[in-house]
Design a protein around this ligand. Structure first.
Ligand code: AMP
Length: 382
């Protein structure tokens, strides 16, 4: 019997999940998304839409009534509401996993309890508590908002004593934690999947380059030696094992200057650093997520070719409607736009993949080509 898939969130991740679902008509007949933006990206590719806030209890209940299984493309759904529905509809990753991940402190505590390496951290209860603890952590240290923080917006890097007050003020009224600053040499991630029967599969380690706290480029595979990629893979598999969640997870990590691998953060969903899989792998992360939550055997995670993904973000001085982005899609270049009519600075509007289809393995050249393409993209007011 085919199923109706409900997704909390209908942005670009929901859009690419919808596109993957449309290629599996023998399992999924309909997709319905809950998203506050009318004509959200997922709705543009054929998903039905409930227009409401991600945390709107009635809307989540409505979504559950219309769906056979529920998943999410954002982690900010109301885990309490989801928990109350869990018996009635299949929800993956499970609301209990979501609850741990939604709170950075609980997430790190969970990882540490399971002997998964993370940077030193602690909860902060008051300004005095921060003043006391930062002596032990030394400068710089990070003050992080525990919830609802993404793309670096919930972090304050405290460089010296004079900034403690400003850091604490910035997150006034929110729960916070302190974390040791990791002087990393590279940011990396593993896209990992676990299906409802417990089968686990990981994609090769990728390297992530951020600009202004937002992912700019992903290089698949990461330029690290095999010992580091094996260690990252071991940590990712162990994380999936202890988390018990079903679906695809993005596990972000640091490689330290002395070649240790630390987990920074887990996203309980398909992940921006997995977009390369649309071209680089037989099974994309979007199909893999659906396979995982449907209970199908997981697909191949082998990289067919070295691939670089580059995000297309709204330019810093551009607001409003823009003419379609043109890009010559040949020689291993693939463009994916997200059907967002209006640009604003730093908004994720699309991405392109540059695939090393002739297996030159010349990553520097591939990077140069990627940057050239990126610089050639023009936003023109429409
Ligand atoms: P987050 O939102 O916590 O994942 O952090 C966003 C970005 O901040 C990461 O991609 C890192 O570049 C940086 N960051 C986060 N935590 C640390 C840390 N403990 N040490 C150094 N940089 C960090």
């Amino acid at each position: 019997m085919t199923k109706t898939l409900g997704i909390i969130g209908g942005g670009q991740l929901g859009m690419m999940l919808t596109e993957a679902a449309k290629k599996m008509p023998e399992y999924i007949s309909d997709v319905i998304v809950l998203d506050p933006t009318p004509k959200c990206p997922a709705a543009r590719v054929g998903a039905k839409q409930i227009i409401a806030d991600f945390k709107d209890k009635n809307a989540i209940v409505e979504l559950s009534l219309q769906s056979d299984l529920i998943t999410y493309e954002i982690e900010s759904g109301d885990s309490k509401v989801l928990e109350s529905l869990h018996g009635e509809v299949s929800i993956n990753p499970s609301p209990s996993t979501l609850k741990i991940i939604q709170d950075k402190f609980l997430q790190k505590q969970f990882l540490r309890q399971n002997n998964i390496p993370v940077a030193e951290f602690d909860a902060i209860e008051s300004l005095e508590d921060l003043e006391r603890k930062i002596i032990q952590y030394q400068y710089p240290a990070l003050l992080k908002a525990r919830r609802d923080a993404y793309d670096g917006r919930g972090n304050f890097k405290i460089e010296d004593h004079s900034q403690i007050h400003a850091a604490y003020q910035q997150f006034s009224g929110r729960d916070t934690m302190i974390e040791k600053f990791v002087d990393f040499k590279m940011e990396v991630s593993v896209i990992a999947a676990r299906n409802i029967h417990g089968e686990i599969a990981t994609y090769p380690l990728v390297e992530n380059i951020h600009k202004n706290n937002i992912l700019e480029i992903t290089i698949a595979p990461a330029r690290v030696d095999s010992k580091i990629s094996a260690e990252a893979d071991r940590i990712a598999k162990k994380t999936m094992d202890v988390l018990h969640g079903a679906g695809v997870f993005g596990i972000e990590m640091f490689v330290t200057k002395d070649d240790k691998v630390l987990v920074n953060e887990i996203a309980p969903r398909v992940h921006n650093s997995g977009h390369h899989t649309l071209q680089s792998s037989k099974t994309s992360q979007f199909e893999q997520h659906l396979r995982a939550i449907l209970g199908l055997p997981l697909g191949s995670t082998n990289l067919k070719h070295t691939t670089i993904m580059c995000n297309i973000l709204g330019p810093s001085d551009f607001f409003g409607k823009y003419k379609p982005i043109s890009l010559e899609q040949k020689d291993g270049v693939y463009l994916k736009m997200y059907h967002k009519d209006e640009a604003k600075p730093q908004r994720k509007l699309g991405h392109f993949n540059v695939v090393d289809e002739h297996d030159t393995k010349d990553v520097e050249k591939l990077l140069e080509k990627t940057r050239q393409i990126k610089n050639s993209i023009r936003f023109i007011q429409n």
